[in-house]
Design a protein around this ligand. Sequence first.
Ligand code: CMP
Length: 153
Amino acid sequence: MAERTLIIIKPDAVQRHLAGEIISRLERKGAKIIAAKFIHVNKQLARRLYDVHKDKSFFAELVEFITSGPVMAMVWEADEIIATARKMIGRTFGYEARPGTIRGDFGCSARYNLVHASDSAASAEFEIALFFTPSELTTYDLPDQKWLWGPDQ
Ligand code: CMP
């Protein structure tokens, strides 16, 4: 069953010219991009995105960082994409993330960690609705779909 997830290429990744690399990894994995927008997140949207962290000591820093420059917010779709994207991105802090993951290959910071991805189906639904209206989510087939997902799809 195809899932959807919100992936955000954070301000540090945009500034470090890594947007294409991150999109390319998800594309090559076989996931399908169904929506994207390049925006400067305002404080209100940032606080809503990080609402689950509002009582944490690092909440203000999170809001400051995600609003510090433009980001690429995207919705990706594939079977099991929520867990798959989190695995591809790697552990939260770049210095702990395994080589082969996005953070493991490109990051060494705790705070500047390049990418956000929804951590559950409930978060994905909530976060996608923060950034996109239902009509902005496209529907289309990939010509190589059967080769990506096998005969049962
Ligand atoms: P992300 O998973 O995109 O969204 C939540 C963010 O909180 C996470 O990235 C980190 O940037 C940040 N975060 C999580 N845990 C900590 C922590 N212990 N200290 C500082 N920042 C954290």
